[in-house]
Design a protein around this ligand. Structure first.
Ligand SMILES: NC(=O)c1ccc[n+]([C@@H]2O[C@H](COP(=O)([O-])OP(=O)(O)OC[C@H]3O[C@@H](n4cnc5c(N)ncnc54)[C@H](O)[C@@H]3O)[C@@H](O)[C@H]2O)c1
Ligand SMILES: [Zn+2]
Ligand SMILES: [Zn+2]
Length: 370
């Protein structure tokens, strides 16, 4: 069938509205009508990367309604509401069966968007088109593995549900699962986008006494304050405040969620972490950049600091997506507030410009709105 989608056709191109072809679902696959898709910075990493596969349909934080199921799909039916998991979960590999489905071996091809059988579902201009994270949700419809779908309660609004595909679990889980913030701790969050805002929420859930945000963009500092954090424009100012709060020791946990991780930002985060404190790196570096995590080894060992990388905030999609939506329904997790501007499918480049300008928190693309 023909579908409208937003495609990166080649390096240097921007998100481009295009009409393309979509295959029918094969065995163990489903066709989903995409309802809403969030604008996550990770798609922009793909756009900026000269080595990333193109053409590519972006989008990996989304919700939708199942329209057709292929053979061998038993636990998903037409009409089911789903949130996509940006890491598929096979429920068989070592990682899946040991409670680390965010590391599922099927995730190996999320950057190229090729399906597990080595073929593609989107085509156009005589080429196969990848779907980012094996999803490609900047499209009216997409065909994905059943392993990429998490069924949700159909009474949950699909716009907020979309955010629980990536930004919410990644940020929230960075604080809750990875930093394992404890009551009374002082937590710093570097970068207040869709990931950082949820790291702030996660830190407060765990009982943090103070969350100190570092964020250069004024709108986003105000957003952090609306969640109960104190926000500073620079590392120096934020660290001075943390020193005041901790008798000069530094933050118990530091969560890095900046758009593009650099050596300078890593060094700042490391400096802010107290002895035996936890530094969680969630924000990603550009894959084509030089070494961007360089640490003074003597302080790493002598101060017993812990430096932890994280994917998906250590969340297991099938357990944590419904759990986060329950917290939302109970009024314990803010999701509506995160959506600060809405776009149409042909406005994605504008949405990413607004993200770069810091004039939105999370942009959401209304693809087939409810
Ligand atoms: N680890 C994972 O599983 C995972 C999942 C999703 C996204 N990500 C990554 O998380 C990062 C954040 O994503 P997002 O969608 O929230 O991006 P975003 O662009 O909306 O937010 C990043 C924020 O960092 C701020 N920032 C830039 N330089 C800074 C500095 N020196 N100090 C403090 N803040 C600074 C920016 O102003 C911006 O507000 C991206 O790198 C994204 O690719 C990682
Ligand atoms: Zn994402
Ligand atoms: Zn697996």
């Amino acid at each position: 069938m023909k579908v409208q989608a937003s495609v990166l056709w080649e390096f240097g191109d921007n998100w481009h509205p295009s009409t393309i072809d979509l295959d029918d679902p094969g065995p163990e696959e489903v066709l989903v009508r995409v309802a809403y898709a969030g604008l996550c910075h990770s798609d922009e990493h793909t756009r900026r990367d000269p080595d990333a596969r193109k053409p590519m349909i972006g989008g990996h934080e989304a919700s939708g309604i199942v329209e057709q199921v292929g053979s061998g799909v038993e636990d998903i039916e037409v009409g089911d509401h789903v949130v996509f998991s940006f890491i598929p979960t096979c429920r068989k590999c070592r990682w899946c069966v040991s409670g680390q489905s965010y590391l599922c071996d099927l995730g190996a091809t999320i950057a190229t968007g090729v399906m597990p059988d080595g073929t593609f579902r989107f085509h156009g201009r005589g080429e196969d088109i990848g779907g980012l994270a094996m999803l490609g949700t900047f499209a009216e419809r997409t065909v994905v593995s059943k392993n990429s779908c998490v069924k949700i309660d159909p009474t949950i609004p699909l716009d907020v549900a979309a955010l629980v595909g990536c930004g919410v679990p990644t940020g929230w889980g960075s604080a809750v699962n990875v930093a394992q913030v404890r009551p009374g701790e002082v937590v710093m969050v570097y970068g207040i986008g869709g990931i950082g805002a949820n790291a702030v929420q996660g830190a407060f859930h765990c009982g943090a006494s103070h969350v100190i945000a570092v964020e250069p963009k004024p709108f986003r500092r105000e957003f952090a304050e609306s969640l109960g954090a104190e926000a500073y424009a620079t590392h120096d100012k934020a660290l001075a405040r943390v020193a005041e709060l901790t008798n000069g020791q530094g933050a118990d946990a530091v969560i890095e969620t900046v758009g593009v991780l650099t050596a300078e930002i890593t060094a700042q985060c490391f400096e802010s972490t107290r002895k035996a404190g936890r530094l969680v790196l969630a924000g990603m570096a550009d894959s084509f950049s030089d070494l961007n995590v360089q640490l003074p080894g003597q302080f790493l060992s002598l101060y017993a600091k812990q430096v932890l990388g994280t994917l998906y905030g250590g969340c297991n999609a099938h357990v944590d997506i419904p759990k986060l939506l329950d917290l939302y329904r109970n009024g314990q997790l803010k999701l509506d507030e995160l959506i600060t501007r809405r776009y149409t499918l042909d406005q994605i480049a504008q949405g990413y410009q607004d993200m770069a300008d810091g004039t939105i928190l999370r942009g959401v693309v209304e693809i087939n709105p409810e």
